[in-house]
Every structure is written in C-alpha cells, then in structure tokens.
Design a protein around this ligand. Structure first.
Ligand code: FAD
Length: 296
C-alpha cells in the first residue's frame, strides 16, 4: 500500500503560527490547542492514534522567548525550544554541565537532533526520554506558562514532580513549558550518561542511566542517579544515591548499590527488551560508572 494511504489525515480545525508567548498561550488556553515544536514525536503519535490532541495546532517554533541557553545569577536556563543540536554545541553547557551535551550526543540521528527540542522531550513524558535523565540529576525545574484570567500565569515545578505516568504530566490544560533551569553545578562536579538500544544513538533507549555528583578520591558526594525505560516515568533512585553517598567505593559498597538499584527500578517486558535484560543493563551501567570511581 502506498505510504500516503496508510497515514491518517491531520485532524485540525485551525493552525496558529504563534510569534509571541502571549499569542501562543492564548491559542492554547484551556487545552483547546496542541503545541508543536520539532514535531518529531507529535507527527508519529498522531498517525498511530495513541493520544488525543486539541484540534487547534499551535506552532511555537517562532516564539523567540522560548529559545536560548543562558546563565544568570548562577542559574542556567535552557529555553523549551533549544534543540538537541543546540545543547550538544552550547559552549556554556560544554563548560558548566557537560553531561547535557554528552546526552545529546547519544540522542537519535543528526536530522532528529536538529528538530527535537528539550521542551518536547519533557512534555512527551516518555519513560525513555533521554534528556530528562541528566536534568533530573541536576535537580532541574520546569518553567510553565498559561493564559489565565486575561494574563500570562507562570509557575515552576521540580522536574522530578512533573511526570504523572507514561505520556502524562502535571501540566494544567493549556500550559506550555517555557524553559528548564538549574543551579550551575559546583566546580569539580561530574556526570555520565549511558544508554542501550539496538542502535544506541539512533533509537529510543532500552535502558538509560545517568549518574552525577562530586568525586572526592574513591568517594562520591551529592550523588544523583536517574534511570529511563525502567518504570512508568523517568525516575530518580534516591535509596541507591543514599547507599553511595560519601562511602569509599570498594566491591562490597558497589554490590550494595547494585542491590538497591534492583529494588528501585521496575522494568517491564516489551518489544525493546525483557524486564530481566533491562535489570541486567541498568546494573551493568551503574557498576561500570562506580567501578571507574573505585579505580581512580
Ligand atoms: C527516529 C527518532 C529517533 C528518536 N530518538 C530519540 C532518542 O534517542 N531519545 C529520546 O529521548 N527521544 C527520541 N525520539 C523522540 C523525540 O525526538 C524527542 O522526544 C523530542 O525531544 C521531542 O521534541 P519535539 O520538539 O520534536 O516535540 P513535538 O513532537 O513537537 O512535541 C511532542 C509533544 O510535546 C508537546 N510539546 C512540545 N513542546 C512543548 C512545550 N514547549 N510545552 C508543552 N508541550 C509541548 C507536543 O504537543 C507533543 O504532545 C526520537 C524520535 C524519532 C522520530
């Protein structure tokens, strides 16, 4: 069958090309509209018929207020429209939070990276959203805006509290992600991202794991661990973090951390891999990263 006949028609009543935040949130008010940024998730989901969308399509790509990557007063702010390519090439992030460019480097293909935005990655709320993991490790907040009582109403939520389930967030109807922000990591901080898929950089993760913190010899402090594709949402692993915090990393300590991780994750069997294999991969990633510190 020719491809054109397999695709469902785009079911929209109106298309709004927003050029200001004001125009975008007005067009989205009360959930009447669907924002489109890079479109890399939206078009695929629309054709699969897996999610319901508002019938007014609101293109936010030309809203300048939603772009940019900048630091102000020790806080780094990444606009919702920042693409994976912009994150990969940002001199500020390469210096201050290199785990973000390192994650972008494992994200899809060049073509997808040029279109895919950080706001779309968060809003899509996939359990396997790669860029969410380093942002969780950075204790990031999501910045939100909506049109309410004739004005733009803004609020912030910790990213860790933003996800409600697969494909579900705690955003209010019509609320747009405007940015994600976090404190500049202290000097000497490190972060590492690991991901497995049939084609590691081109595909949705089978399992992904991010670890961040500060190295003090064979110890880690301010430890943060986040994992993807092992639970209904991307998760932090606070009990495993506590197990590692400040402890001299020898074989026994690493074994305790791996046991703890096994209790914190709850992967499922699906087309990308079995629950057993996902557990194995998550443990292997953590063991590799902790082993690196133990041997240093
Ligand atoms: C071939 C391919 C490979 C991929 N590889 C990866 C990968 O390696 N890792 C990974 O994590 N993902 C991957 N993805 C998924 C996708 O590219 C990412 O999730 C991407 O970041 C989505 O961003 P977008 O701008 O394209 O979002 P869109 O498709 O434009 O939007 C996605 C959803 O978010 C909503 N939305 C968009 N922006 C906002 C906003 N600012 N505020 C509120 N809601 C908003 C939209 O309405 C829609 O529901 C892949 C996709 C494809 C097609």
């Amino acid at each position: 069958m020719p491809l054109a006949q397999e695709l469902k028609p785009l079911e929209i009543d109106a298309y709004v090309d927003a050029v200001s935040l004001d125009a975008a949130v007005r067009a989205l008010a009360d959930g009447a509209g669907t924002p489109v940024a890079g479109g890399t998730d939206l078009w695929i989901q629309k054709d699969l018929g897996k999610r319901a969308y508002g019938r007014r399509l609101v293109n936010i790509r030309r809203v300048a207020a939603l772009g940019g990557i900048a630091e102000e007063g020790g806080r780094i702010r990444i606009g919702a429209l920042a693409t994976m390519t912009e994150i990969l090439e940002s001199p500020l992030l390469l210096r201050a939070a290199p785990v973000l460019p390192a994650t972008a480097d494992r994200f899809a293909s060049v073509q997808i990276r040029n279109a895919a935005t950080v706001g779309g990655n968060i809003a899509n709320a996939s359990p396997a959203a790669d860029m969410v993991l380093p942002l969780l490790c950075l204790d990031a907040e999501v910045e939100l805006a909506r049109w309410h009582e004739n004005r733009i109403d803004r609020r912030r939520l910790p990213l860790a509290a933003f996800f409600a389930g697969p494909g579900k967030t705690r955003a209010l109807p019509g609320e747009l992600i405007t940015a994600v922000s976090f404190d500049r990591p202290a000097a000497g901080s490190f972060g590492a991202f690991q991901k497995s898929g049939p084609r590691p950089a081109l595909e949705i993760a089978r399992v992904a794991l991010c670890i961040a913190g500060r190295r003090e010899g064979r110890r880690l402090t301010s430890v943060r661990i986040a994992a993807g594709a092992v639970a209904p949402t991307p998760i932090r692993c606070p009990r495993t973090e506590a197990e590692i915090e400040g402890v001299a990393l020898d074989d026994a300590a690493i074994a305790r951390a791996l046991e703890s991780l096994g209790r914190e994750i709850a992967p499922i069997d699906d087309v990308r891999g079995s629950a057993w294999y996902r557990r194995h991969l998550a443990a292997a990633f953590l063991e590799e990263e902790l082993g690196r510190v133990a041997r240093s």
